[in-house]
Design a protein around this ligand. Sequence first.
Ligand code: FAD
Length: 424
Amino acid sequence: MSNIVLGGGLSGLSAAYYLLKKLPNKPIAIIEKSDRLGGWIKSNILNDGIIFEQGPRTIRPSGTPGINTLTLIDDLGLSNQVVPILSSHPAARNRMIYANQELHSLPSSIFSIFKKQTPFSKPLIRYLVQDLFSPKKTINDESIYDFVNRRFGREFADYLISALICGICAGNSKEISVNFIMKKLFEYEQQYGSISKGLIRNLLKKQNVNVDLKGLPLQAKKERWSVYSFKNGLETLPKYLESYVRKNNVNVELDSKCNNLEICDNSIMLHFENGKHLKADHVISSLPSESLANILQNQHSHLSDLLRNIQNVTVGVVNLCYNEKLISKEGFGFLVPPKEKLPILGVIYDSCCFPKANNTVLTVMMGGYWFEQLFGKHPEEGVLLQTAKEQLKNTLGISRNQLILRSTFFTSVFLSMLLDIMKI
Ligand SMILES: Cc1cc2nc3c(=O)[nH]c(=O)nc-3n(C[C@H](O)[C@H](O)[C@H](O)COP(=O)(O)OP(=O)(O)OC[C@H]3O[C@@H](n4cnc5c(N)ncnc54)[C@H](O)[C@@H]3O)c2cc1C
């Protein structure tokens, strides 16, 4: 009998890695339904070394999870492959939103909060003051949109938070619980009466914390990394983890879809679509909530129903490459607030983040919460490509036909936890 990890994405691979460290003599298996490990992380390396990231592209180094991931990268001997974006880089400093037919940079320094920046009608500091003096409302939860509207006003909710929620989880800020997506900010209001007071207290507290950093986490802090990736794309990380776990005798079962989990007296029995079974002492699931809901249906129908209530949305991802420089104002890219009613969630300027010769590489993300309403259930790839090109023309004025490479596909994304489930 062994420890079994369900799912071979980054979470499953990391779980197997830490299990190996803790229990080196215990058999471990990873069960994965597809024919590869890595889950959402997929870096397509094309001619000339151009990378099309089909899922995530950067990792944040901050906080405890950030330090843990950097330590893991160090331990895997991968430090020399890391490509950071420093906080001083335009891709870190210039994050934009598209509103009222133009691009607007978001405030990026302490000085910029005293200046009025479009599309906002007053300097950021005035919204912070508004929060400081707005009365506290004692509640259990509300949507992130209502929360921000109440504390900072409608402009902040419409332009800033709605766009950010599109960027984080392709979701609708009017339906996502603040207590889930920005729990800390909600707690600040409930505990201290305002978000600003909570932030100030937290800043003062942080200055007294002395974390003993070394290796890559220390380098990231000293050099002030904003985010990072790898020379050959983000898939480098799951690939190295895969090779590490395989070398250490973790049994990797690909093309094995688990469809039922049964808890017996002293063990857990897993059943697979291909007719196989496996017995385990412990099972760690890194599956998307919907998949876990399916395999728990017989064993624990209540938990299964709760998991099923976590909504998925679909995001269309289109990667494009042009063989000339087309971006006039460098940055990470821009997000589109839903108020603008465009079919895209945002555009990432990949070639500003990680320059590749004279090329312009862009990723257009579209749909999310509004996917079906915009494109139907199963749109043709060509429809997504056409929409991406039209929107690049509309927002950035790019109407070049000398597009040299393109890839399209769409994915179903996690998250979007609704208020209903938070109340259960
Ligand atoms: C378009 C996009 C962009 C993103 N950008 C970023 C970013 O820039 N930075 C960032 O930090 N995060 C980003 N994310 C989020 C990030 O990709 C995910 O949080 C992360 O990859 C999740 O990894 P995971 O291992 O938990 O899940 P997954 O990658 O979903 O892995 C789960 C695995 O379980 C397998 N599986 C499912 N059902 C079964 C079953 N029944 N039996 C066996 N196996 C099963 C699946 O095939 C899959 O391999 C992005 C996500 C998307 C979709």
